[in-house]
Design a protein around this ligand. Structure first.
Ligand code: FES
Length: 232
């Protein structure tokens, strides 16, 4: 399958972000870009990246198979990832996953027959303070239960786009892949995430404040030095 002119133009824009002679560094966003058109990294997607970067298909394949965010077979409009790592698992993530598996009739890394939903176990999603969590196309739904996970997935099956606990309004996995390739979400300001960190995230700060705990000499206004300034 030939990639569209939109994708080809975006590929050129991605490569232009990198210094001359370093275009192979563009491979990670390019893999998201091919996913944005096909929904996964197909053999054609591998060949496209290899050709446009002047590297071998084996080199592209080695990267595409290393990272779990690059899917190697057709993936649903909604990627439902349930954290079943220790913290989430014991707090209900395992049960939520099982409930979704039974309801959808698919298991890890499988997609429903209508092509709508792919289910997967996820390793720690770095949101243990909101455990158990699941994500849909990488947007968070916090402190889920079997019931809330089922309700959410049924809404997706009905064509609804439920609001994540944090983050932006849901989009499809292909639309998300455009953003992951480094292009702005053009759905308007009303869907863009905003607001302060949630209470569970701030709990450690609050405790430190309450007990007067501070890192000696730490200045939160310390500017981050540039590489050349940091040289002795
Ligand atoms: S264990 Fe689930 S987010 Fe860390």
């Amino acid at each position: 399958m030939a990639f569209s002119e939109v994708t080809r133009e975006r590929a050129r824009q991605i490569i232009a972000r990198y210094p001359e002679g370093r275009s192979r560094s563009a491979l990670l966003p390019l893999l998201h870009l091919v996913q944005s058109e096909q929904g996964y990294v197909s053999p054609e997607g591998i060949a496209f990246c290899a050709e446009i970067l002047g590297i071998t298909k084996a080199q592209v394949g080695a990267v595409a198979t290393f990272y779990t965010m690059y899917k190697r077979k057709p993936t649903g409009d909604y990627l439902v990832s349930v954290c079943t790592n220790t913290m989430c698992g014991v707090l209900g993530g395992d049960k939520a996953y099982e409930a979704l598996r039974d309801h959808l009739g698919v298991d890890h890394d499988e997609t429903t027959a209508d092509g709508k939903i792919t289910l997967e176990h996820a390793e720690c999603l770095a949101a243990c303070d909101y455990a158990p969590v699941m994500t849909v196309n990488y947007e968070f739904f916090d402190q889920i239960t079997e019931d809330s996970a089922l309700t959410l997935v049924k809404q997706l099956q009905n064509g609804e786009r439920p609001q994540p606990t944090r983050g932006t309004r849901l989009c499809t996995l292909k639309e998300m892949a455009v953003q992951l390739a480094g292009f702005a979400d053009d759905r308007g300001d009303d869907v863009i995430a905003d607001g302060p960190a949630g209470e569970p995230t701030l709990a450690g700060n609050r405790l430190a404040e309450r007990f007067g705990i501070a890192v000696p000499g730490f200045d939160p206004e310390t500017p981050i030095s540039k590489k050349e300034e940091a040289k002795p």
